[in-house]
Design a protein around this ligand. Structure first.
Ligand code: DOR
Length: 434
């Protein structure tokens, strides 16, 4: 395997407390050495990373790759290429595929396909209930033995508290987190956007923030009752942040994530009736964003996750009420947050990187990921913090060309991504050979 010496990059490795200009030597897929002025060996290729940030590869604990069954939206080839271009070296894919990932045999099939087509490390989430129908538990034990890393009916809330209790009890026997899409089904009913002044003005049915608060509150009680690990997906409401903060203080085993879109976009965008902004949970208001930011800062929210949820352009290109929810997120995540919060001086880039690397790794106890320790996996990303670019959905590698950040000016871009000592994305190009 090739050997690399990445020289003079600004190494930011929050897990190891490193923030300095350093060289990184990679041999056989492993970080062999980190230090100043390392001498290159004959067999090594040197990479000049002056002016670039060298970070552990990003970890996305929430995405949808659509394979099997909905390859017109995305598949493992396009999804993992998109992840690599976004700087992700590990991603956790959700179970709402067709068929649903609810049996060990489907997990095994996925593992084979990932080995064949996956450009980055793809971890698998198994469903909580069969067919995501919320009626009967899926094959949790068998899927755990087959290697799923989490359980979730994401896209749906598990309405039946008895089933969720059983899922948490069962999952804890295998040390697996249960990821909750927390929106009370009755309260959201057929709402299509955040319930508030904007929904009233537009005459669109709303999904109140209380639907999220109620759902989160039940999950926290069940986690306390069972001792299981609940992970709250895509937190978007102030109430949810407050509830999770209090639960953490009480010692309940809860972790949580927030998405770039819930941090940067508000319901007002929907005044255009553009279905690109339709997502669940919905985009809310500034008041909620302030609470999310506070939650990120004080550790209530452990990680930033994309909820990369691509849909074919034609599916999204329709009346708001009819459009599917979600959009692609891998390739814009770092740049959107860097542009919105780092270049404005509100965040340090170190804090952003922590929430995309060590934060998610710690949330799910993935000890081998999210850091650049000597002897550890050579999963890393090179970022040009000053690169300027404009989001053009047509040039994204995902098949989900519908993007709420389309046309926006970005500062900061991932330029190269290494997985297991191999460049899978180098100087802006996908590499399947290097
Ligand atoms: O907007 C969303 N889309 N939210 C989800 O939770 C699911 C996702 C999807 O699968 O399309």
């Amino acid at each position: 395997m090739a050997q690399w010496l990445i020289q003079n990059g600004h190494l930011i490795d929050p897990a190891n407390g490193i923030d300095d200009v350093l060289d990184v030597r990679v041999i056989d897929g492993v970080i062999a050495e980190v230090g100043k002025g390392l001498k290159s060996a004959a067999a090594e290729e040197c990479i000049d990373a002056s002016g670039l940030i060298v970070s552990p590869g990003f970890i996305d604990i929430h995405c949808h790759l659509r394979e099997p069954g909905q390859e017109a939206k995305e598949d493992l080839l396009t999804g993992t290429a998109s992840a690599a271009a976004g700087g992700y070296t590990t991603i956790l894919t959700m179970a709402n595929t067709r068929p649903v990932i609810d049996q060990a045999i489907i997990v095994e099939g996925m593992k084979n396909k990932i080995r064949q087509d996956g450009l980055v490390r793809v971890e698998i989430t198994g469903a909580v209930t069969k067919g995501l129908e919320g009626k009967e538990l899926a094959e949790i034990g068998d899927m755990a033995l087959a290697g799923v890393r989490a359980l979730s009916d994401d896209g749906n809330y598990v309405d039946d508290a008895r089933l969720m209790r059983a899922a948490l009890e069962y999952a804890s026997m295998f040390d697996l987190p249960v990821i909750s899409h927390s929106e009370d089904c009755c309260l959201v009913a057929d709402g299509v956007m955040h319930e508030g002044c904007v929904s009233a003005k537009l005459g669109l049915k709303g999904r109140p923030a209380e639907a999220e608060n109620i759902a989160v509150s039940r999950e926290l009680m069940l986690a306390e009752m069972t001792g299981g690990h609940i992970h709250i997906a895509h937190v978007s409401s102030k109430g949810a942040v407050d509830l999770i903060r209090a639960a953490k203080a009480k010692g309940i085993k809860v972790t949580a994530e927030v998405t770039p879109h819930h941090l940067c976009l508000v319901d007002k965008s929907i005044e255009s009736f553009d279905s690109v902004f339709k997502v669940n949970p919905p985009l809310r208001t500034n008041e909620h964003i302030v609470a999310l930011l506070e939650g990120l800062k004080d550790g209530t929210l452990d990680a930033i996750a994309t909820d990369h949820a691509p849909h074919a352009y034609e599916e999204k290109d329709c009346e708001f009420n009819e459009a599917p929810c979600g959009f692609a997120g891998f390739e814009t995540a770092f740049s959107v947050l860097n542009s919105r919060f780092v270049t404005t001086g509100e965040w340090r880039v170190q804090d952003l990187i922590a929430k995309m690397t060590s934060g998610p790794a710690a949330a799910f106890d993935w000890k081998d990921r999210g850091h650049l320790s000597v002897g550890g996996l050579a999963d890393l990303v090179l970022i040009d913090p000053k690169a300027e670019w404009i989001v053009d959905p047509q040039s994204l590698l995902t098949r989900g060309k519908s993007c709420p950040f389309s046309g926006m000016h970005m500062t900061g871009k991932v330029v190269s991504t290494m997985v297991n000592g191999r460049w899978v994305y180098r100087d802006g190009e996908i590499r399947r050979d290097c």
